[in-house]
Design a protein around this ligand. Structure first.
Ligand code: F6R
Length: 364
């Protein structure tokens, strides 16, 4: 049942902290406090290339995985949605890593991409919620998560669980490949272990998120902006908003806005920015100033330090907990999913069963 929540989606949103914690417990040795993964089908030290593919939200989790694996573990990653990857026929060296991400493990295009990658001599690792699925059976290694059953059509908790698994994989790879110090790995792990509490704080920020939902539920179209690893989180926010509230939303890499999308901006197209303070903050802030100068309404998710800098231009700021930069993707995901949910409530749509969508897309 829904345990007193109005929708499965609301219930599943509230399961984020537990699911992240459980998934970490699967991989973190409680005695040594080290991340331990099952034996890999290749040598992490000499691995030359990875390829990540998935569909929809699972793809955005994969995009975040790419930023992590490239930046932290210095592993070159190719990336595409499964429906393209399976037909692209790119050149491969044998023995690379084919990394698939799927909640259901049954998505037709992702399964077909898995088979194509296997055919091309890649070692298949799948990050799956359903460990008894078709993809599980055909993978060399399954990295499972503990998200439990997801009933709402729009994915929520499985997404942060996928990120938790990908974060563990990244930290293990970084250490094996000698691209990070054990101090850095410990810092990141501490931040991951702390994440359930920080996410629980965000789940209490419903009123502020409702306020933002009021603004966007009155418009036809919304632009999400994110730079670097916040770009795929922006894509997740835009997809979720479209899916369940039917409000049109597009995500752009913040720096790309001036190459076209800025033409859309006026006071009817709010700009939502995911803006944790850090090295990319100033650049993205100037993109927001450009949008503001064209009459855009600026809505911002940031931290306390970022809020100080952005308060002159933003119509609304939601201040999220300050966390280690490594864990900003799962943290910023939670409020954008909540925003989609609150906007859908205001629009009166069928939140758990949005029109035209199925939970598991087993046709191509
Ligand atoms: C978004 C959503 C879909 C799925 C996609 C892949 O809320 O639910 O975009 O993420 O259909 O599904 P899985 O992860 O089962 O392969």
């Amino acid at each position: 049942g829904k345990d007193g929540y109005r929708h499965y989606m609301e219930k599943e949103l509230h399961e984020h902290p537990v699911v992240i914690g459980q998934t970490l417990r699967r991989f973190v040795n409680p005695v040594t406090h080290k991340i331990e993964l099952p034996d890999m089908p290749f040598d992490l030290k000499t691995l030359k290339r990875g390829i990540i593919t998935a569909c929809g939200s699972a793809f955005y989790a994969g995009v975040i995985g790419r930023y992590w694996l490239e930046e932290v573990a210095r592993l070159p990653i190719d990336l595409d949605v499964a429906s393209e990857m399976r037909y692209r026929n790119p050149p491969f060296d044998k023995g690379g890593m084919g990394l698939l991400v799927s909640q259901s493990g049954e998505t037709a295009d992702t399964l077909a991409a898995l088979r194509a990658l296997k055919q091309a001599g890649q070692n298949i690792i799948s990050v799956l919620n359903n460990e008894h699925s078709s993809m599980a059976r055909e993978s060399d290694l399954v990295l499972g998560m503990d998200a439990g059953v997801e009933i709402a059509v729009a994915s929520t908790k499985a997404f942060t669980a996928q990120l938790t698994v990908l974060a563990c994989l990244t930290l293990v790879m970084g250490q094996e490949r000698g691209t990070i110090t054990s101090e850095y790995a410990d810092e990141c792990l501490t931040a991951l272990l702390d994440l359930p509490s920080r996410v629980a704080e965000i789940l209490q920020m419903q009123e502020q998120i409702q306020k933002m939902a009021h603004i966007i539920s009155q418009v036809q179209s919304v632009i999400y902006l994110g730079r670097g690893i916040m770009f795929p989180v922006a894509m997740e926010g835009a997809l979720k908003l479209k899916e369940i509230s039917y409000i049109h939303a597009d995500a752009y890499a913040a720096g790309e806005m001036k190459h076209g999308p800025i033409a859309l901006i006026d006071n009817t197209v709010p700009v939502i920015s995911l803006l944790p303070s850090g090295s990319l903050f100033e650049k993205t802030l100037s993109n927001l100033q450009e949008a503001k100068a064209r009459g855009g309404r600026i809505l911002v998710f940031t931290d306390a330090k970022g809020a100080e800098r952005v308060k002159g231009i933003a119509e609304q700021i939601v201040i999220l907990p300050t966390v280690h930069s490594f864990v900003t993707p799962p943290l910023y995901t939670v409020p954008v999913q909540m925003l989609a949910y609150e906007a859908a409530l205001l629009k009166g749509t069928d939140v758990d069963q949005p029109r035209n969508l199925a939970k598991s897309v087993t046709v191509e």
